[in-house]
Design a protein around this ligand. Structure first.
Ligand SMILES: Cc1ncc(COP(=O)(O)O)c(C=O)c1O
Length: 394
């Protein structure tokens, strides 16, 4: 191991949501926070040094994205995902949520139907509602401890509701699926047959556990590439969410023009120069760090599995990717009766996770989402607190 992931980054007292919003959000200070999707690890010097240099130069004026920036972004996707791209496909936006919202506004009209697969990253539903579009759900099927797509329902929903746009979460947050090429192809073919635009949110693409492979949706079929946007960012992979930089690949020139025009109507977006520097350095030099990070996270998954063996009524939905664990607490929730699961997690186990209800779908009340992108001892402590609370009270 070259990097020390057991050493935490200083986060408390930095106005970060994860730690510093605890009193505001939960009314107390004594919880282990395992909720919002960012990480507690220190970045390597190869990414930090260019940022230090920038501060030392003491000038933060208007900046443009350099050729080197685009080459770094393209290089990452070519090397790690065997996906060859063109520089002109890349449109920069200040975040993937922003990018999805702009896609809804650009390619659909008020009242149009938009498909998602719940339980799923909850801002999708929020954006659909805020923009006055109609949410259509192809609920993922939970069977034998894992999730699969009901393709017949996928097509039926599209046809019945005349769906215009599908937000694909790949890998899927929170159920942890890394969609296979076959699954992506089936979804893509159905969308193509019914003229549905695919907005593929691939922000978690770099977190894939052994035995699984992430396929970029646009790389599955040339025709899919012409009917999709691929939303990417270094923000999950390198914990750069606070710098607000993302790269949206839009291979089709007409789709791209519509999107760039919509961006232009918002003003002339300058770029965040820190995001430029960090992204360039991360994509040029960060591969070995990410490889070790994913190994470390796999160890954390093992720790969760081992810890849950002592917690009756809580099972891990085995993750294929992402650092967000989806805990099936059905047995525990049944024993709790009227007490909501999340209330038990906070009041009894002293854990701040994301309540499953937020992600939509039929059975959310039985689930919690746990972020394990933190030090191993914190994960173990959290599991210990859960085991004790369950043994004591439920
Ligand atoms: C699936 C997914 N998309 C997007 C985001 C956030 O992206 P951004 O911070 O670039 O808006 C997250 C963060 O958790 C996510 O899980």
């Amino acid at each position: 191991m070259t990097y020390n992931f057991d050493e935490p980054a200083q986060r408390r007292g930095t106005d970060c949501f994860k730690y510093d919003a605890m009193r505001m959000a939960r009314g107390r200070d004594d919880l282990i926070p395992l909720w919002i999707a960012d990480m507690d690890f220190k970045l390597p010097a190869s990414i930090l040094d260019p940022l230090h240099d920038m501060v030392d130069r003491a000038a933060f004026g208007y900046t443009f994205p350099s050729d080197r920036y685009f080459a770094a972004v393209q290089g990452w996707f070519a090397n790690r995902f065997s996906w060859e791209t063109k520089k002109r496909w890349i449109v920069r936006t200040p975040g993937v949520v922003f990018a999805v919202a702009l896609a809804l506004q650009t390619y659909t009209r008020p009242g149009d139907a938009v498909l998602i697969q719940q339980p799923v990253y909850y801002p999708f539903a929020k954006l659909i509602a805020r923009n006055g579009r109609a949410l259509v759900n192809n609920e993922l099927v939970y069977e034998h401890g894992s999730y699969r797509i009901d393709f017949a329902d996928f097509e039926r929903q599209i046809v019945e509701h005349d769906v215009k746009l599908f937000i694909l979460c790949s890998p899927h947050n929170p159920v942890g699926r890394v969609w296979t090429e076959g699954e992506l192809a089936r979804m893509g073919e159905i969308c193509r047959a019914h003229d549905v635009l695919v907005v593929a949110d691939e922000i978690h693409a770099d977190f894939v556990y052994s035995g699984h492979t992430h396929r970029v949706f646009a790389s599955v079929d040339e025709d899919f590439a012409r009917h999709c946007l691929v939303c990417t960012a270094p923000s999950k992979t390198f914990n750069l969410a606070g710098l607000q930089g993302s790269n949206i690949f839009i291979p089709d020139p007409d789709l791209r023009k519509a999107y760039v025009d919509a961006l232009g109507r918002l003003g002339d977006l300058s770029v965040n120069m820190m995001a430029m520097a960090a992204t360039t350095a991360a994509y040029e030099t960060g591969g070995p760090w990410v490889d070790e990070l994913v190994n470390y996270l796999a160890g954390n998954v093992d720790a969760v599995r081992a810890g849950l063996a002592r917690v009756p009524g809580v099972d891990l939905v085995e993750p294929e990717g992402t650092y967000l664990m989806w805990l099936d607490c059905t047995g525990l929730a049944e024993r709790l009766g009227d007490t909501p699961l999340d209330t038990f997690m906070v009041n009894d186990a002293r854990l701040w996770m994301n309540a499953g209800t937020k992600f939509g779908g039929a059975r959310g009340g039985n689930f919690e989402r746990m972020n394990i992108a933190t030090q191993r001892d914190t994960v173990e402590k959290a599991l210990g607190q859960l085991a004790t609370a369950v043994a004591r009270g439920a």
